[in-house]
Design a binder for this molecule. Structure first.
Ligand SMILES: [Zn+2]
Length: 88
């Protein structure tokens, strides 16, 4: 993760709280280590809260949040089995 501040006026959706954030404001880019193309913009406070709680969402959780209800039973089972981190 790294700090990010764009100059272009665009909005992103925070994967933690689901609210939009303005690119002009200070925020954070987060990405799974294995896939930089899946990087997301998140509120600084939301990331700090998640990290303080010892968790950051997995990529599956991000995707699920984007699509709405989780479509896959497998994803639900993995989450229920304590999937903090998905090791393939
Ligand atoms: Zn947020």
């Amino acid at each position: 993760m790294r700090a990010a501040q764009n100059l272009k006026p665009a909005t992103y959706r925070c994967p933690f709280c689901g609210k939009h954030l303005a690119s002009m404001s200070e925020h954070v880019l987060i990405a799974p280590e294995d896939d930089r193309s899946k990087r997301r913009h998140a509120h600084m406070e939301c990331v700090q809260q998640a990290r303080a709680a010892g968790r950051l969402p997995t990529r599956d959780e991000w995707l699920a949040a984007e699509r709405g209800p989780r479509p896959s039973l497998g994803a639900r089972l993995r989450a229920r089995l304590g999937g903090r981190k998905l090791d393939t």
